[in-house]
Ligand binder design. Structure first.
Ligand SMILES: Cc1cc2nc3c(=O)[nH]c(=O)nc-3n(C[C@H](O)[C@H](O)[C@H](O)COP(=O)(O)OP(=O)(O)OC[C@H]3O[C@@H](n4cnc5c(N)ncnc54)[C@H](O)[C@@H]3O)c2cc1C
Length: 347
């Protein structure tokens, strides 16, 4: 069987693996200790925060079909119900209800975990394993053997586990990480550097009481310290007794401050939150902070038309992810799906 190494266990990687597993020997290499990528959840007992993606759109028919069991079981439920727009000095302005938006019950990462459990329980999954280099073995290729050698960093690996051998390598890491990993000689490599990526600073505030804000999701502005706030308490399957706010700075504001001192960024976000909403972070019993270096593709893959993935058939390399189509979970799925469909006849 063709051996395919997939870098990344986010929505794109898990989608590729699910579609190819019947025809290929799949190994997923994921640098984090857990799966789910940017569809992430952080626990800081007694609080829980979806500190990456807050919700997902379900617009595409195929995506809806794939998610149908989770919609039926209630793992995915409509959210937000009371979205607002925040403007300085004004009352929050109610926004129309988003009928195509859903949050994951319990924790954001529960969706990918459910997909893995349902479709990929027997997969070779290497967590806490970072792909650091990919090299091509010309002799193996001549002998029609698997020619890609992936050098990995894995604290638990023994000597002979320090590399993974595969016929195909598919990266679903964000574009800058994919560019650093895959060889310059890949036909699509130059396209990766055209992708623009914004960062995001995320503040997590846990309160021992319920804050009655009147909204569950609130939009600020992309070029401001407050870009988007979600109240995790209002999502399905969450602790109802405490407010747990995830506060994302605007993407372009974050990118401008990526090199700034974290304490300064945090202080600016806390001050802006208070000015915009009246919420006082000083009364929070938990304050967490995270910097997403590659949060959102500000400029997805360029081209005459949007390309859902990239592939070099002769080199047996490919890449997919939200950066191909735009920074949304649904786009990560569509990209992974399109790549897997193109790869199926080749293996
Ligand atoms: C703060 C924030 C808020 C967001 N809000 C929303 C939202 O509300 N709605 C929405 O639809 N989308 C949102 N998004 C975007 C959404 O999270 C992404 O579009 C989607 O999760 C991308 O999935 P992916 O599989 O393409 O990439 P990822 O989820 O990033 O998966 C890539 C994986 O590759 C792994 N990896 C990278 N390099 C290596 C390596 N060298 N070796 C091994 N593994 C590696 C990473 O650890 C990661 O797990 C948000 C993102 C962020 C950061």
């Amino acid at each position: 069987m063709t051996r395919i190494a997939i870098i990344g266990a986010g929505m794109a990687g898990v989608t590729v693996a699910t579609l190819l597993k019947a025809k290929a020997d799949i190994i997923i290499v994921e640098k984090s200790r857990g799966v789910s990528g940017r569809l992430a959840h952080r626990r800081a007992a007694p609080f829980g925060f979806d500190h990456g993606a807050a919700y997902m759109t379900i617009r595409d028919r195929g995506f809806a079909d794939m998610l149908a069991p989770y919609l039926l079981s209630g793992l995915l439920q409509h959210w937000p119900q009371h979205p607002v727009k925040l403007r300085s000095g004004e009352r929050p302005e109610p926004l129309p209800h988003k009928s195509d938006s859903y949050a994951v019950s319990g924790t954001a990462s529960s969706l990918i975990k459910a997909m893995l459990n349902d479709h990929l329980s027997d997969i070779d999954m290497r967590l806490a394993t970072k792909a650091v280099q990919i090299t091509h073995d010309g002799e193996a290729a001549k002998a029609a053997k698997a020619a890609w050698r992936i050098v990995i960093e894995d604290s638990t690996a023994t000597e002979d586990q320090q590399e993974i051998i595969a016929d195909w390598v598919i990266s679903t890491a964000p574009a800058p990480q994919t560019a650093a990993l895959l060889p310059l000689s890949a036909s699509f490599h130059h396209q990766l550097s055209n992708v623009g990526t914004d960062g995001c600073f995320t503040l997590m505030l846990g309160f021992d009481t319920v804050l009655n804000t009147g909204w569950d999701a609130a939009w600020g502005a992309d070029d401001q310290p407050i870009g988007f706030i979600s109240d995790n308490r209002t999502k399905p399957g969450r602790d109802q007794a405490r407010t747990a706010l995830t506060v994302h700075a605007g993407n372009s504001w974050s990118s401008r401050h990526l090199a700034s001192d974290y304490d300064d960024v945090k202080a600016q976000m806390i001050a802006a939150l208070h000015a915009l909403t009246g919420i006082n972070a000083a009364s929070a019993s938990h304050i967490g902070f995270h910097r997403w270096l590659y949060a959102n593709p500000s400029r997805p893959l360029q081209g005459s038309e949007k390309t859902p993935f990239v592939m070099d058939r002769s080199m047996r390399l490919g890449a997919a992810g939200d950066w191909c189509l735009g920074g949304r979970i649904e786009n990560a799925y569509l990209s992974g799906f399109a790549l897997a469909r193109a790869l199926l006849p080749l293996i």
